[in-house]
Design a binder for this molecule. Structure first.
Ligand SMILES: NC(=O)c1ccc[n+]([C@@H]2O[C@H](COP(=O)([O-])OP(=O)(O)OC[C@H]3O[C@@H](n4cnc5c(N)ncnc54)[C@H](O)[C@@H]3O)[C@@H](O)[C@H]2O)c1
Length: 445
């Protein structure tokens, strides 16, 4: 039987002699590279950030989900190496793209990272390679953006090389699921590509879920995140309404979730954070304009979630006024938690940054305390907050603030001590009630 690009690749996947490449070694790419290596493939990681190369060479992981010993073990076993030399892409049989897909300043999709990466791949593209986009994006990206760039090489998708889309469902900090146990959606550009993806990912993760087209796979990822954004907006709205009625939304949710069917709990908070939920829905909003289709639900959810930090600060100002007779403009606030969610060091789009900005805007001052984030790094929107450092954990320090605003409910915090040492606490996460700590000076917001 004569070998074709697809039969050669399939045989290499089946024998695990295929070399995998992962481009973008961040929250998604590094755990994925480790999962591929642990499945028995030799993996090359590519990134433009030289500091990541230094860390990897030293066996030091910068991603919580990847322990140092796993990284060092896979490197020592020769199954993983990392490089900034993109010429080595030529040696890879399967390439997964995990680069950022942020929004521009005008909140439009910024596909420049994906485009640049595809241009790099095109420089060394050869027959028999499978290229999979894993970055979150709008339906049509694989077909309309990735494929034309790769085909500029003169090679054809589905004949010479293969492409597909497989969204990441990584959930940093989740102790129940990791990359290999989260079912993986796959779709190729054509049957051969889908078959190749099923073979490859089927040997790396427990469950593979093939869908009809790359656009369907892209839509699956956006749907999952829009579902979260909309439901979080709903409970945030209910929180404000119930607050006005003197009803505790957390009690309502706890009771509602005892219904064994037809209800799924979502929780309010100080605003949306993280790299996905505040951003991804707007990839669909943007694309839907091309089809003259409104996305009112998504826009409204964005509006409600964006209003949450201001709502929390209004509650803080009211509580300061009523309980301490003090104006926010003359107060110093301790913000507990800078990370966007508990037990992780990730501050991307964190509502804490917005809370800090609003406090300053209203003439108040703040410090923050977060064991995971010792210093505020450079961020695109909050450059003026850069360099502020987390205070340590001491009774004297905590007693010196007019109020403590709990923005992130990290587990490793002594909430009883915090309640004892503070004169006013604003709790946006219901963290005190969950620990059966209640007092007049603890206000939910
Ligand atoms: N973080 C999550 O929990 C999560 C979950 C699901 C999906 N996603 C999606 O996965 C994608 C990656 O997200 P992430 O959180 O891993 O981002 P990240 O910022 O943690 O990592 C991206 C990496 O890509 C590198 N990079 C940037 N440009 C590059 C280029 N041209 N070539 C090579 N490397 C480059 C960066 O240096 C960085 O190391 C995004 O589309 C995101 O929406 C993220």
């Amino acid at each position: 039987m004569t070998s074709t690009p697809s039969s050669t690749l399939l045989a290499a996947i089946q024998s695990k002699s295929a070399r995998a490449g992962v481009i973008g070694l961040g929250y998604v790419g590094l755990p994925l590279a480790m999962t591929m290596a642990r499945a028995g493939y030799c993996v090359t990681g590519f990134d433009i950030d030289p500091t990541k190369m230094v860390a990897i060479e030293a066996g030091k992981s910068y991603i919580e989900a990847v322990p140092d010993h796993i990284l060092a073990g896979e490197t020592a076993a020769g199954r993983f190496s990392a490089t900034t030399d993109f010429a080595q892409l030529r040696d890879c049989d399967v390439i997964a793209i995990c680069v950022p897909t942020p929004l521009t300043h005008h909140r439009d999709p910024d596909l420049s990272y994906v485009e640049k990466t595809c241009e790099k791949i095109a420089e060394t593209l050869r027959p028999g390679q499978l290229i999979v986009l894993e970055s979150t994006t709008y339906p049509g990206t694989t077909d309309e953006v990735m494929k034309p760039i790769l085909e500029k090489s003169g090679l054809r998708s589905g004949e010479d090389f293969f492409i597909g889309y497989s969204p990441e469902r990584e959930d940093p900090g989740n102790r129940e699921f990791e990359t290999s146990t989260i079912p993986k959606i796959v779709a190729g550009d054509g049957e051969a590509a889908t078959e190749m993806m099923q073979a490859f990912y089927g040997s790396v993760v427990k469950t593979v879920v093939p869908v009809a087209s790359t656009a369907t796979a892209e839509a699956v990822k956006l749907t999952e995140n829009i579902f979260r954004a909309v439901n979080i907006a709903l409970v945030n709205e209910l929180k404000v309404v119930y607050e006005a009625m003197g009803i505790d939304v957390w009690d309502v949710i706890d009771a509602a979730k005892t219904k064994p069917f037809g209800y799924m709990p979502f929780y309010p908070g100080p605003g949306l954070g993280g790299h996905c939920i505040p951003i991804d829905p707007f990839y669909l909003t943007w694309k839907s304009r091309e089809y003259d289709q409104p996305t009112r639900f998504i826009e409204l959810a964005g509006e409600i979630n964006t209003a949450m930090p201001r709502h929390v600060i209004t509650r803080l100002a009211e509580a300061l006024d009523i309980k301490a007779g003090k104006a926010l403009s003359r107060s110093k606030i301790l913000i507990l938690g800078l990370a966007y969610k508990k037990n992780v060091p990730d501050i991307r789009e964190s509502p804490s940054l917005k809370l800090m900005e609003i406090i300053l805007e209203r003439g108040g001052d703040f410090d923050y305390c977060d064991p995971f984030v010792p210093e505020i790094p450079q961020t695109r929107e909050y450059g003026h907050l850069r360099g502020r450092r987390s205070i340590g954990w001491s009774e004297a320090d905590i007693r010196s603030y007019d109020a403590v605003l709990v923005a992130t409910d990290h587990d490793d915090v002594d909430y009883q001590a915090l309640a004892d040492w503070s004169s006013l606490v604003i709790d946006t996460r219901n963290v005190f009630a969950r620990r059966n700590i209640s007092a007049d000076h603890i206000v939910k917001a």
